[in-house]
Design a protein around this ligand. Structure first.
Ligand SMILES: Nc1nc2c(ncn2[C@@H]2O[C@H](COP(=O)(O)OP(=O)(O)OP(=O)(O)O)[C@@H](O)[C@H]2O)c(=O)[nH]1
Ligand SMILES: [Mg+2]
Length: 331
């Protein structure tokens, strides 16, 4: 096995091994292909992954043809990261997804109004981030397939109703749901992976205390902050006033721990319309592999405009990139 497989790849591989359904297998395989470093040393693994993805797609499609059964929670990742919103009934999950994306969501005064997950794209500046609205969970039960979706998502947003005195129990229900899947909610954008595979895996989380416009919200949020100190950031918000919602994509961008880098073809202006999305800490070689899988092997030189360099400075392959850098790769 090549030594340079990333923690993200290894995490996806672990999910593949633990997958319980063909849909979960497919999601994990696609994630493995997405996160594997693209160079000659991994060419065989990449080919193997593509073959397995093709087989998994056949298996996933087969029961659909026969019975119409398909996992609605198996939603392919899009954009800079996939963020799943979970919560007890009526907390405002659909309202948040509706406010930030063009997705058609069902918002209602009554609980259990969302029957199936709904994806939509929101944006932090020019960075697309995928949000997934979900049906509610309760202390007793959660929708079938939601555990796999939480596992597969890059980050989880727990949406609580701050107008309700039950905010602590609701938070506990969501936390227990995540913990029961051997995941450890964390706020740090770059959590250290546990050395022991039996230990829970870190999962980036944010808690939204929604409906903070309600008169009872301030006291409930104070109580939540005092008694629900689990190391995950609690952010008050209100879809009604927009507070904490309009700037939510920025929080998610930071939580996802990604950055955007613009490619400049040699002798041409940079393409500022479509940034490449890379993990924070990526270098020139990672960028080359994202542009084209053959590029790392062919790369002759690179120049960077942006942070910590003078304009157009020639850099090494291991030069660490920063958000909004412009990179010219010469093959
Ligand atoms: N006052 C107030 N009401 C809100 C806010 N956000 C949502 N609501 C209302 O809360 C109710 C439930 O909103 P939904 O978005 O449907 O909640 P949900 O979490 O998707 O509900 P389920 O799908 O049933 O789990 C609706 O009547 C919304 O208008 C808010 O910030 N403040
Ligand atoms: Mg809903």
């Amino acid at each position: 096995m090549p030594a340079n497989l990333t923690p993200d790849y290894l995490e996806a591989e672990q999910r593949y091994r633990e997958a319980k359904t063909p849909q979960e297998e497919l999601i994990a395989l696609e994630e493995m292909l997405r996160t594997i470093p693209k160079h000659k040393g991994t060419a065989k693994i990449q080919a193997d992954l593509k073959r397995k993805i093709s087989q998994a797609k056949d298996v996933v499609a087969a029961p659909k043809k026969a019975t119409g059964a398909v996992d609605p929670f198996a939603i392919p990742h899009q954009g800079a990261g996939q963020v799943i919103l979970i919560g007890t009934p009526n907390t405002g999950k659909s309202s948040i997804v509706g406010a930030l994306t063009k997705a058609t969501v069902k918002i209602a005064e009554w609980p259990f109004s969302t029957p199936l997950p709904v994806p939509g794209m929101c944006h932090h500046e020019d960075v697309p981030i995928q949000l997934i609205d979900t049906p509610p969970l309760t202390v007793e039960q959660a929708p079938t397939g939601m555990a796999g979706a939480v596992y597969a998502a890059d980050a989880v947003v727990i949406v609580l109703d701050a107008s309700e005195g039950s905010i602590l129990e609701d938070a506990e229900a969501c936390l227990n749901f995540i913990k029961a899947r051997k995941l450890k909610p964390v706020s740090e954008p770059n959590p250290a992976m546990p050395e022991d595979p039996a230990e829970p895996k870190p999962k980036r989380c944010l808690i939204l205390a929604n409906k903070c416009d309600h008169p009872a919200a301030a006291d409930n949020i104070e109580m939540l902050k005092e008694f629900f100190n689990v190391g995950v950031r609690i952010k008050p918000c209100s879809v009604t006033t927009g507070e904490g919602v309009t700037d939510l994509p920025k929080d998610l961008f930071e939580l996802l721990h990604v950055m955007r880098v613009y490619a400049k073809p040699p002798g041409k202006p940079a393409d500022m319309d479509a940034p490449f999305i890379l993990k924070v800490g990526s270098n020139v070689l990672d960028m080359a592999g994202t542009v084209h899988r053959d590029l790392p092997d062919k790369l002759k030189s690179a120049r960077v405009w942006g942070t910590g360099v003078h304009d157009g400075q020639q850099v090494q392959r291991d030069h660490m990139l920063h958000d909004k850098d412009v990179v010219e790769l010469q093959a």
